[in-house]
Design a protein around this ligand. Structure first.
Ligand code: ADP
Ligand code: MG
Length: 728
């Protein structure tokens, strides 16, 4: 395919896929990247089918199917040094091999043998059900090496169950043996041989994205070398690095991919910078009086973000900006400023939020904060139906309503907005790529402002979101007391209830968050469901308190009603699943108890914690950890209790999980990044970016012949069918 791609004229049908040579002139044994695996000897139609079901259809697929783990055959132990529980390789002579049917399961063959090492010590080897290919073929009297885990049998004799076995002299060829994830019944050794052949005959044809001279300058191995390394590691390879995906081979594969990704980012950014956008540069009548009338003064971060957005809107280019700010950092005021800037410039604005209650909250806040400005605004959600909806849609299409708040209802087909100059997406990570794309298609020249509270480390934001302009609110409004966070054991739940009770006695409100909606009645353990917790609180700990329930299985109208009752003080306690997470603002809520907190990611816990501490009162967050949680989970929760800001948590999360894991989690399914988990260092990302920028300076449109492979890789990256602008 590669070759056909670069051929100046499309190959004609009759000449097949390899225009330089008629297909039949190829040596029958030579493998191409696109060769089907069935062409390999040892792979019949049945095996080929099983492999294909695992996504392994071609030689290229095989080359990029990396080992899942590695076996180390390098260090030999003597039998006297073996202890139960360790894994070891022992070399010696195979004696007393005996095969017999197993008692009670006569179709299985129990095989025992004895391995005698040079000191004369012996180790018992046992196979329950010997693999068929070994039946009757244990090399009695031969010198072998075995690898396995040592156990102590009932008679105190040391034994190894199901050891790997290999002729001692042939072991030299593969001191570190790769083990693959393979379909049931496919022999590892046979497969490794197939891979070896693929490496020898076809790996040289693998084209990496990084141009040769750039590779040389930055010392990055070629993809072919990298594949050799991971499939057939050299004898002196660092096993730990191989096992954790941090070997030079793994790193080179990740670098190649990152390079293509950063190329795409840079090119996309350039392209977007040229895209025409509605210039919003009217007299600042509304924005001035908005800022003047605010009951607070803007934080420095808010002023900076407003400056950046204002400058973008001032140009006849499309703004594509993301505003990243911790919960409570005041993104809404910035969004309203941007909206008013568009309105005073004669354009219409749409503000989309992921839930009705949030859209409604924005609409209500706007009406309250901006009543004097006389800007007409409307709310479009699934609740708006019939004649009212028709009237609203007509008004939007005519351009009569300058500002509309809404949910996904905004991006339904019938909606037209005559003069959309700015689209704002709140909690953008809650929307899919296509939702955001559809919002944009409401107005092709509309400027776009996305907002998110997902904590993302600054170091990653700059490279990961390099296609967007980034504004960061890294400062909370003054006067906030941080939410006091504490970890509780499940058995101390009563302490948590007491804290809640005390807050309610002072007229405050509380959240309980649980992972389940319902669970089996009569469970002995502490409740982990909304239903059980609500019932138990009502009966005992919080008897007499007004308790409401909220979860995803309730009808939307029902959910909205409960949330409203809580907001307005008709309920004191809200027992909920994480549906409560999204930016709902109830300043009177001063305590949140999160049950089975170990089940959530740090970012999500931080978002949940952000439900309290929204007023001037000191607030608390109780993280309740289940009895069976492991120590790593506890450590993460302790970390959350120590760190107050999203930025701090993001950096700490980055330190604990590594950038590969973070990127992987963010990118799942969105981009063809296969090796992203091998990035163990933020500096790698920065390096890939610098390489991409260097190359684009040299060849901005990737037109030179030396850029051919880079261009192919870029196209693959972009072929994912959507603009990278939607990645964030
Ligand atoms: P988020 O960034 O999570 O969306 P909001 O915009 O909802 O945060 O703001 C949280 C609260 O802080 C709101 O009640 C808002 O009125 C208030 N607020 C915003 N900016 C300031 C400021 N500069 N000074 C004081 N309070 C502010
Ligand atoms: Mg918000």
């Amino acid at each position: 395919m590669d070759r056909a791609d670069r051929h100046p004229t499309p190959p004609s049908r009759s000449r097949g896929a390899a225009p330089e040579k008629p297909a039949d002139a190829r040596a029958p044994s030579s493998l191409a990247l696109a060769s089907p695996l069935a062409e390999l000897s040892g792979v019949g139609p049945k095996r080929a089918q099983a492999l294909a079901a695992r996504g392994l259809s071609t030689v290229e697929d095989m080359l990029f199917h990396l080992p899942a783990r590695y076996q180390d055959w390098r260090e030999r132990s003597t039998i006297s040094a073996l202890r139960p529980g360790i894994a070891a390789v022992v070399e010696g002579t195979l004696e007393k091999a005996r095969e017999r049917p197993m008692r009670g399961a006569r179709w299985r063959r129990l095989v025992t043998a004895s391995l005698v090492d040079d000191t004369g010590a012996s180790l018992r080897l046992v196979w329950f059900n010997l693999p068929a290919y070994m039946a009757g073929r244990l090399p009695q009297g031969a010198r072998v090496a075995v690898l396995g885990r040592v156990t102590e049998a009932a008679d105190k004799h040391l034994e190894m169950a199901h050891p790997e076995i290999t002729a001692a002299d042939s072991g030299a060829g593969e001191p570190i043996r790769p083990i693959y994830r393979l379909p049931e019944g496919l022999n590892q050794r046979l497969y490794a041989k197939l891979v070896a052949r693929a490496l020898d005959e076809a790996a040289g044809a693998v084209r990496g994205a990084i141009p040769a001279e750039l590779r040389a300058a930055w010392g990055v191995p070629t993809s072919a070398e990298a594949l050799q390394y991971v499939h057939r590691p050299p004898a002196d390879a660092d096993l730990e690095r191989l096992r954790s995906g941090r070997s030079p081979g793994h790193a080179a594969l990740a670098m190649d991919e990152l390079f293509a990704f950063e190329l795409a980012m840079c090119i996309e950014r350039e392209r977007m910078a040229r895209r025409p956008g509605l210039q919003l540069a009217g007299p600042s009548t509304l924005t001035d009086s908005f800022v003047g009338a605010l009951p607070f003064s803007l934080t420095r971060a808010q002023v900076r973000a407003i400056g950046e957005i204002g400058a973008d809107l001032d140009r006849p280019r499309q703004m594509n900006r993301i505003l990243i700010g911790d919960v409570g950092s005041g993104k809404t005021a910035v969004a309203f400023w941007a909206a008013l800037r568009a309105v005073e410039s004669g354009a219409q604005v749409a503000i989309m939020a992921p839930t009705e209650i949030l859209a409604e909250q924005h609409h209500r806040n706007f009406s309250r904060m901006c009543a004097r400005l006389g800007v007409m605004s409307a709310l479009l959600t699934g609740n708006v139906t019939g004649r009212e909806r028709e009237r609203l849609l007509r008004a939007l299409a005519r351009g009569d309503i300058p500002l509309v708040f809404g949910t996904q209802a905004l991006i339904q087909e019938q909606v037209r907005i005559a003069n959309l100059g700015l689209a704002i997406v709140d909690e953008q990570h809650r929307f899919g790529v296509f939702d955001r794309a559809r919002l944009k298609s409401l107005g092709p020249k509309a400027n776009v402002l996305m907002m998110t509270a997902t904590p993302i480390p600054r170091t990653l934001a700059m490279t990961l979101l390099a296609n967007l302009d980034v504004s960061i609110l890294d400062e909370l409004p003054p006067g906030r007391t941080p939410v006091a966070t504490e970890v509780f054991e499940e058995r101390d739940l009563a302490d948590v209830h007491r804290i809640v009770q005390a807050e309610i006695a002072r007229g405050r409100r509380a959240y309980y968050v649980l992972p389940l909606i319902e669970e089996d009645e009569g469970a002995e353990e502490e409740p982990k469901s909304v239903a059980a917790m609500a019932a138990r609180l009502g009966e005992r700990a919080l008897a007499g308190v007004r308790i409401g329930m909220l979860h995803g299985r309730m009808r939307p109208a029902e959910k909205e009603r409960v949330m409203r009752e809580f907001r307005d003080g008709a309920l004191d306690v809200l027992v909920s699943t994480t549906v409560v997470e999204v930016g709902v603002d109830v300043p009177e809520a001063t305590v949140i108890a999160i049950i089975a907190a170990e089940r959530y990611g740090l970012a999500q816990l931080h978002q949940l914690r952000g439900r309290v501490g929204r007023g001037s009162e000191p607030s608390r967050c109780c993280l309740v950890v289940s009895a069976d949680a492991d120590s790593a989970a506890r450590e993460r929760l302790e970390m959350l209790a120590r760190c107050g800001s999203g930025a701090e948590i993001a950096e700490e999360d980055l330190r604990m999980r590594g950038p590969g894991d973070l990127l992987g989690a963010r990118q799942t399914g969105a981009l063809p990044l296969r090796f992203v988990h091998f990035i163990d260092d933020v500096a790698m990302i920065a390096r890939a970016r610098e390489m991409a920028e260097t190359w684009l300076k040299r060849d901005p449109a990737l037109e030179l012949p030396v850029s051919a492979d880079a261009r192919t890789a870029l196209r693959r990256m972009l072929e994912f069918g959507f603009s990278l602008a939607d990645v964030g």
